[in-house]
Every structure is written in C-alpha cells, then in structure tokens.
Design a protein around this ligand. Sequence first.
Ligand SMILES: Cc1cc2nc3c(=O)[nH]c(=O)nc-3n(C[C@H](O)[C@H](O)[C@H](O)COP(=O)(O)O)c2cc1C
Length: 231
Amino acid sequence: MPATDTPPLSVREALRIRRSVRAFTDAPVDPARLRDIFAAAQRAPSGGNLQPWQVTVVTGARWQAVKDAVAARIAMGREGYEPEYDIYPKGLTDPWESRRFGVGEALYGALGIPREDKPARLAQFMDNYRGFGAPVMLFLHTSRIMGSPQWSDMGIWLQSVMLLLVEAGLASCPQECWAMYGATVRRTLGLDDGQILFTGLAIGHADAEAAVNQWPVPRAGIDEVIDWQGF
Ligand SMILES: Cc1cc2nc3c(=O)[nH]c(=O)nc-3n(C[C@H](O)[C@H](O)[C@H](O)COP(=O)(O)O)c2cc1C
C-alpha cells in the first residue's frame, strides 16, 4: 500500500533514500499501512525458512509505558543498565572502529555539537529513548535458542521492512540502544525470559526540516569490502 500520491519507487531508489531518521513529526501512522508492510516483509528469506523474527509493535499508552519504564532504569545510572548482548565487539579495531567513530562525528558535526560538549552529545544520544519522537515503536526479538545465522535473518527482515516503509512514504530508525535495557523492555511488553530483544525500530513521518535528518551518511567504497576473484 504505497502512498497513492507518489509514483512507486524502484528498489534501488528506496535503498538510496532510506536513512536512519532521528526526528519525527507527531503525525500518526495508519495501522492498516503497517499491517500491509508486515505482510509484504514476510517474503524475506531466512535459513531453513525459520522466519525467526518475532515482533511487538507499540503506540500510544503502551509505547509510553516502555519509555517510562526505561527512563526509570536510566535514572538508576550504571545500576539500571541491563544489556542483552554486546552491541559492538570489545576492542573493536579498524576499519570498523573508524567507521563507527566517523559516523558519530558526522552526526554531531551536522548538529554543530563539538567534541568537548559532552552534555549536548549525551542529550542527542538520550533522544534515542524517546524514539526520536516517533509515534510507533517496533521491537524485534527472537527466541534465545537462536544463533548468529538466525540473527542475520532478523536483519534481512528489518531491512525489508525499512525499504517498504520508504516506499509507503514513512521513515524509520533502527535502535539497538533499547537492548541496553532489554529486560525492562521485555517485561513491559509482557515477553517471557525465553525471548531476547535485538533492536527497536522507530517508525513515523520524517521531520524533513530537521538538521539531524539531512547530513550525508558515509559509506565505504566497494573496493574496501569486495574481493573479486576469477573475473
Ligand atoms: C541493527 C541496527 C541498530 C541501530 N541502532 C541505532 C541506535 O540505537 N541509535 C541510533 O541513533 N542509530 C542506530 N542505528 C543506525 C546506524 O547508526 C545507521 O544505520 C548507520 O550509521 C548508517 O546510517 P543510515 O542508516 O542513515 O544509512 C542502528 C542501525 C542498525 C542496522
């Protein structure tokens, strides 16, 4: 159910224009449109066709309950921290560490926040826990028995959803930061301990004017990542 007032996007164009949106308007999202997107995303492939993705989507009071519960944990400081998994490997080396550092610098640079202004950088990061103002939050979780291949399947599903959202004129931001307070999120959503939270996905309408949505997000060239053999 793409937006009717715009021509359909090619996959290539949807890939080109998708970005992690970090400022949303408060315009609501039509649940029928989301339902249609999730139905389409069920075509995502997975090893053995396990389809290991399990998804909880919240809005309104249920979404507010998650934000409130996590805010209470954050207020506890380090004590409140309850990571589901290591978001990055310990001792991340180059080229990955430079890419991680580079995208942070580009983001804060676009907002005019210098490196020394730690409070402003922290405030920008903490906006994660409002879902950047998105009216809908999707939580992607799976059974704890699943391993790396099934986690990769969840990523394929996630990108499918993100591209379908773009096609529908909607925006998103994947947010693994919620996994830092995974147990609280799961408890608030009523998920049992057999589940593990991978990521959130903030969903809504992009605030096109916001500087945080307008900077160019760098990517490595293909020669950095592709080794052609036998051509
Ligand atoms: C699984 C996953 C989790 C992410 N978690 C966060 C997050 O917690 N907060 C955030 O601001 N961005 C998050 N991102 C967005 C990445 O920073 C972003 O995808 C990357 O810098 C490339 O930028 P782009 O998505 O705008 O192309 C996440 C991305 C993925 C795929």
